[in-house]
Design a protein around this ligand. Sequence first.
Ligand code: 13P
Length: 249
Amino acid sequence: MRRKVIAGNWKMNMLPNEAIEYIDKLAPLVKDTKNEVILCVPYTDLFYALLTAQNTNIKIGAQNMHFAEKGAYTGEVSAKMLKSINVEYVIIGHSERRQYFNETDETVNKKIKSAFENGLKPIVCVGETLEERESGKTESIITKQTELALDGLTNEQVENTIIAYEPIWAIGTGKTATSEDANNSIKAIRNKIEKLYGKDVAEKVIIQYGGSVKSKNAKELFSMSDIDGGLVGGASLDPEEFSKIVNFE
Ligand code: 13P
């Protein structure tokens, strides 16, 4: 049985004092869960979040990184830098980065490799636009994104990659994929991984759903056969609401 992994993506929200207050509120609410709990916070919150989450079961992630280890890349942060302060996870290839910051399948692949080389665990986002969905391309788009993201990784690295299937039309819109649709898309991703890396690997990979996950729909989504938890945006900004998603059972 795969574990469930519930990750919050705060996006560009929360100041350090708010992050500290939030984690102090969340920690007692999720302390008894058997699910994995991750908060992916802005760079400026990382250090405070890591300190506040010490001695809790909350793990901390970043929302992006550069693929180079160091160098003349003004404004960027490397995997090595994140690891140096004990960050554990990093979101790579979120659709907002693909859309607004020229993230490509190629940079996503380079970033995943650099994340592993530096001991970070990547949460890799894939997902189709509304136009792609309406023209029947969902499966081909998300399986191709997955293939390119994972290209050149070892089986062990693939096993340790978390994939977040986030249909772009469902992000921040209040529209969720139906649980059957989300499960079918995630199955398609898992089948692709099976073709490329074998059944053993495919059965171990955690594949989350993301896009308007709330406490009201978490149970239905996360109870599906292939949905191994969620990547939660808006609803992760309130610790009580997020704790209900974590404790969805
Ligand atoms: P919402 O939960 O706000 O739709 O955002 C989803 C998302 O983009 C998480 O990475």
